[in-house]
Design a protein. Structure first.
Length: 272
């Protein structure tokens, strides 16, 4: 069976000693690891897990977004921590292959040789797009809305963009300047009581963004299961990982999101 793994399962799969105290079900993870080695499971990780998710929250705003907003090209990608690089390196050694995410401008922050990328024979770009556009208020949309709100709160001038806002359906000047709004709040919080509070909100929105990307890449390749520890989380109803959203997407797109424990059940059933 072909299984896409969320970052929170990849961590203990690849580096069990590093995550044995925080993993909620190491027994199931250990079984899955042996199933990957035995080629009962063909394991994949999305490129989305290795972009913004691979760096600190501060670096996402103060390094990557600040360069993006300034128009500095090429952007100097932040260096993921040694821990992050070790996790993904060990995952490749275990047998993982990397799924492409067809998103311009925000690719993996970790270089991989061509040999570790999944073959694109089953990849369908239209499936990726269909899934992304079907999800209301995806993380990136939510981040842009927050940034536009912060443009207004911080009183940033939008006069220089007035000529670009011609039709009611076009983005407003505030929406065009969403990056500037985020940076203004990072530098001098006004909506939030502190930079820490702002970054907590920002972290949640980034997590939602990349949960959506991981699911979309999984759907684009047509794999059997997406394994995550988040499928029984306390996510709010607007989250893509909320049980109601999972049920809707499972019915509409056939995405089977399972916990490690449930995946072990399926592996055991296939053995009998």
């Amino acid at each position: 069976m072909h299984v896409t793994f969320d970052t929170n399962v990849i961590n203990p799969l690849a580096c069990p000693d590093m995550y044995k105290k925080t993993c909620p079900d190491m027994a199931s993870v250990n079984v899955i690891r042996e199933s990957i080695r035995a080629r009962q499971i063909y394991a994949y990780m999305s490129e989305a897990s290795m972009s913004l998710e691979a760096i600190s929250n501060d670096e996402r705003v103060d390094v990557f977004f600040r360069q993006w907003a300034s128009g500095t090209y090429p952007i100097q990608l932040p260096e993921p921590s040694d821990e992050r690089k070790q996790v993904f390196s060990k995952a490749i050694q275990l047998g993982f292959r990397v799924l492409h995410v067809p998103r311009m401008g925000l690719k993996t922050f970790i270089w991989f040789p061509e040999t570790v990328w999944a073959e694109d024979t089953s990849f369908q770009l239209n499936r990726y797009g269909d899934y992304i556009y079907s999800q209301p208020d995806t993380g990136v949309t939510s981040i842009k809305k927050l940034g536009a709100e912060l443009v207004t709160i911080h009183g940033l001038s939008t006069a220089h963009l007035a000529h670009l806002v011609i039709l009611p359906s076009w983005p407003t000047a505030e929406e065009i300047m969403w990056l500037d709004g985020l940076l203004a709040e990072y530098d001098s919080p006004m909506k939030f009581t502190s930079r820490t509070k702002f970054l907590e909100e920002f972290r949640e929105k980034v997590a939602e963004w990349f949960d959506t990307d991981i699911q979309a890449s999984h759907y684009a390749y047509g794999h059997d299961y997406l394994c995550t520890f988040d499928c029984a989380s306390k996510a709010g109803p607007s989250s893509i990982m909320h049980r109601d959203r999972i049920a809707i997407n499972s019915k509409r797109f056939g995405i089977n999101i399972v916990s490690p424990n449930k995946l072990v059940e399926f592996v055991t059933q296939n053995e009998t």
